[in-house]
Design a protein around this ligand. Structure first.
Ligand SMILES: *Cc1c(COP(=O)(O)O)cnc(C)c1O
Length: 432
């Protein structure tokens, strides 16, 4: 009797992508399924298989997939014939966003900034910030920090540490000098004392920087955190030496660490702030550079871009700010869940001793340092087999990084971390 071949499940048939998509795509290789629907903290493949999503668009889905309030707001805007594309014309949707940003986010925090709409991706906002900083100071050099990630277009890539990304450019990546981030030397070396000495000594070889650019928690660089004191001192150094301070809050911002901006606990005011990923709240592309009002020396059109007027993104961004940030309920919830996340990760470290596991990060941006990339990747793959999507970060991909939606239910957070626990135990041959 002939054996009837079992048809391949649709969700695992990735032929289309294998044949027709450039090999540059990467997440699809780690999680080879065809996905179709999503809701909250879950995504579903075309056969209905459910996956808990701890990748969440690499931090672009802080409010989860398809948040009903945002979805409904957008749906009625579309049904009402709301304008979609508008270059940088004034639109009602943009007006609503600017007012919400000003009234709910900036003003209550004492932040007097104007918003520059850049092209809709993070790297576009970083390019704008770097260009403005250099233009303001009439100097070329920008200081970045070790393990920083700021995007992969050439200007932003020059400020990005990762060798794999840098070497793909095959171009001199100029105008940026890296300095050691807080804790980079793994001892109590005062990395800012080193930096300031480099700036002060006119024979150090470091040209006077126009600006510094940094993340307060390094998302792609392995969840290294800068202490609040380090951030305050960096602010002082920037003031003393006339340098623009750019905080790239593309991943750590929009509530990821518990406050809207990640630098709030340090009580500093950066000169320029870049935001993107979760800014639209709905996964729509959108990016801005927030510029301290007195530094906004741009001339009209000096920096531009066709897609600076994605009104669908403005609609959901305004709705997200109004819905989640009008009072401190949401922020307090994020802080509480971050405590739970830390507790569970700490439990995993305690339960699997002898492998050098440790907890890294801050807020809802924490993870498990597995010492090497091979182990972390095996943990991520073991988690995937158990129905959890979670990625790695760090110079060797050694950190399993939890970026679940901030809106996640406690039981799903615990379920996901149970999977991380079981996966780490499986990979390291420990009892879970
Ligand atoms: C993701 C990211 C970027 C780049 O954003 P893209 O939209 O991928 O260009 C820049 N900075 C940080 C901190 C990021 O996490």
């Amino acid at each position: 009797m002939n054996k009837v071949p079992t048809p391949k499940r649709q969700s695992t048939n990735t032929d289309t992508f294998d044949q027709h998509e450039s090999s540059v795509a990467s997440y699809g290789k780690s999680f080879p399924r065809v996905f179709n629907k999503a809701s909250g903290s879950y995504i579903y493949d075309v056969d209905g298989g459910a996956y808990l999503d701890f990748l969440a668009g690499a931090g672009s889905l802080n409010y989860g997939h398809n948040h009903p309030f945002l979805a409904n707001t957008l749906a009625s805007y579309i049904t009402d014939g709301g304008i979609v594309h508008s270059l940088d014309l004034h639109t009602k949707a943009k007006q609503k966003f600017l007012n919400a940003l000003h009234e709910i986010i900036l003003e209550p925090r004492g932040l007097d900034y104007v918003a520059q709409f850049t092209g809709p991706t993070g790297t576009n906002a970083v390019e704008a910030a770097l260009k403005l900083a250099r233009r303001l100071k009439g100097r070329t050099t920008v200081v970045s920090f070790t393990n920083g990630f700021h995007g992969v277009s050439l200007g932003a890539l020059a400020a990005t540490g990762n060798y794999y990304h840098r070497s793909a450019a095959q171009m001199p990546l100029t105008g940026v000098i890296p300095m050691p981030y807080d804790g980079f030397m793994r001892d109590d070396m005062d990395t800012l004392a080193f930096f300031e000495q480099m700036v002060t000594d006119h024979s150090s070889g470091l040209d006077h920087p126009a600006a510094v650019i940094l993340e307060t928690v390094q998302g792609e660089g392995g969840l290294n955190t800068a202490s609040m004191q380090w951030l305050r001192r960096l602010r002082e150094i920037c003031d003393r030496h006339d340098m623009v301070m750019i905080v790239d809050d593309i991943q750590a911002g929009c509530g990821r660490t518990g406050t809207y901006f990640s630098f709030e606990p340090a009580d500093i005011k950066p000169d320029i702030i870049t935001l993107s990923k979760s800014l639209s709240g709905f996964g729509l592309p959108m990016a801005i550079a927030l510029i301290r009002r007195e530094l906004d020396e741009w001339q009209p059109g000096e920096h531009n871009g066709t897609f600076r007027g994605h009104n669908y993104a403005f609609v959901t961004a305004a709705a997200a700010i109004e819905h989640f940030w009008s009072d401190d309920t949401f922020s307090k919830e994020v802080v509480r869940k971050a405590g739970l996340l830390n507790e569970k990760l700490t439990e995993i470290v305690a339960a699997i001793p002898g492998h050098g596991l440790r907890v890294k990060g801050r807020g809802m941006m924490q993870g498990l340092d597995c010492v090497d990339g091979k182990t972390a990747s095996a943990v991520s793959q073991a988690a995937y087999r158990r129905g959890l999507i979670i990625e790695t970060s760090g110079p060797d991909g050694e950190v399993v990084k939890c970026l679940c939606p901030l809106t996640i239910a406690d039981e799903d957070l615990e379920k996901g971390l149970r999977i991380v626990h079981d996966s780490a135990a499986e990979v390291l041959g420990a009892k879970s």
